[in-house]
Design a protein. Structure first.
Length: 366
């Protein structure tokens, strides 16, 4: 699916380091602002234990994981909405992503400069948020000017837009992002059509040092970030970008040994990828056979035909039914043959809502 997470942050907060670790690539991560000028794109496989187990059961010729796209976007500074720094590129690139992963520096290091001269995660968050809000205000004012003329002519849809845009403008005037507004279903659908930057879902990533990531308790800077995220309805997690970049360069067995040595349950990037997956309201289903075991990505709440379309549009057009069994049932009984004998493989029609972990065979006729 063409769904992407844009990684943003002020210069020198560890944004590119996190991206490097995610993609195990070699994007520069130097100690100066604007090292990342053009957005770098990484296709990242989703860590998936179910897929690994299915591979052991089916022993296919190949295994294909679900993936997510991450975009490393150039650092933003105060005044970006007015074109300062690389503001215009930043705002243009962020408009194209589906969700935002905001990396925030929560560590002290005299050897790494900070564009603001000091470490303050809430100030850093508000710097970027304010620039996005200013840009949204400009966009809303322009759209409001356009629909007001139509509303005066009696256009009912334009009147609804005028009322909603006025409501959004007043909310933005209070320096609050659109995502924090309470909207009904119709308003939410209309708001998506305005393509506002602060409507995008966001996950804050506290980039901490090695000492903190090994401690159970959060540091004071990190705790402030988590409290802020909770107060605004956003998600938050912490990781050590420097440590994650080291882990990313290891093979699977070495990663396990490394995490055990440092007392980590799993790499922090696994948590980040899964949280980003949830942020986009995604889930996985599986197809399995001797040729290939594969995880597919769909939006939560998708019907069986929509899931079939991820494989091929013809599957949706000619959809007849879907034979579905649950991953958990397969783990209990060990084989499809036993599942069939016990009546645990069901035939579902067009109205079936696919669930996380469903294993599916599609029947279609084109």
């Amino acid at each position: 699916m063409a769904l992407t997470c844009g990684i943003v942050g002020l210069p020198n907060v560890g944004k590119s380091t996190v991206f490097n670790a995610l993609t195990a690539s070699d994007i520069p991560a130097e100690n100066y602002p604007f090292c990342t000028i053009d957005p770098n794109v990484g296709i990242v496989p989703i860590p998936d234990e179910k897929l690994q187990v299915l591979t052991k059961i089916y022993e296919p010729e190949k295994t294909t994981p679900a993936v997510m796209e991450f975009v490393d976007i150039a650092g933003l500074v105060r005044g970006a909405s007015k074109g300062e720094g690389l503001g215009n590129q930043f705002l243009g690139h962020i408009r194209e992503v589906t969700a935002i992963v905001h990396v925030v520096r929560c560590f002290e290091d005299d050897n790494v400069t900070h564009v603001e001269g000091s470490i303050d995660p809430i100030r850093d968050i508000e710097t970027i948020e304010s620039e996005l809000i200013i840009k949204d205000l400009d966009s809303v004012e322009k759209q409001l000017h356009r629909v007001t003329k139509l509303a005066r002519s009696g256009d009912k849809s334009a009147k609804a837009d005028e009322a909603l845009l006025t409501k959004i403008r007043d909310h933005l005037d209070e320096i609050k992002p659109v995502r924090s507004m309470v909207l009904d279903e119709d308003e939410t659908i209309r708001t998506r059509g305005y393509f506002l930057l602060t409507m995008k879902p966001i996950l804050y990533v506290a980039n901490v040092d090695e000492d903190e990531i090994l401690a159970e308790e959060r540091g004071s800077l990190t705790q402030r970030l988590f409290d802020y995220a909770e107060s605004t309805g956003a998600g938050a997690l912490r990781l050590c970008g420097k440590l994650e970049q080291e882990i990313a360069l290891l093979d699977d067995e070495e990663k396990v040994d490394f995490c055990e040595e440092y007392g980590l349950v799993e790499p922090g990037l696994n948590k980040l990828i899964h949280r980003a997956y949830d942020l986009l309201h995604l889930q996985s289903f599986y197809t399995a056979g001797p040729k290939e075991v594969r995880a597919w990505t769909i939006k939560q709440g998708s019907t069986a035909p929509k899931a079939a379309a991820e494989i091929h549009t013809d599957f949706e057009k000619g959809f007849i039914k879907a034979a579905i069994f649950k991953y958990d049932d397969l783990m209990v009984h060990g084989s499809e043959k036993v599942l069939k004998e016990k009546g645990l493989i069901s035939l579902q029609g067009k109205e079936y809502i696919v669930q996380e972990g469903d294993c599916i065979y599609f029947h279609f006729n084109v």
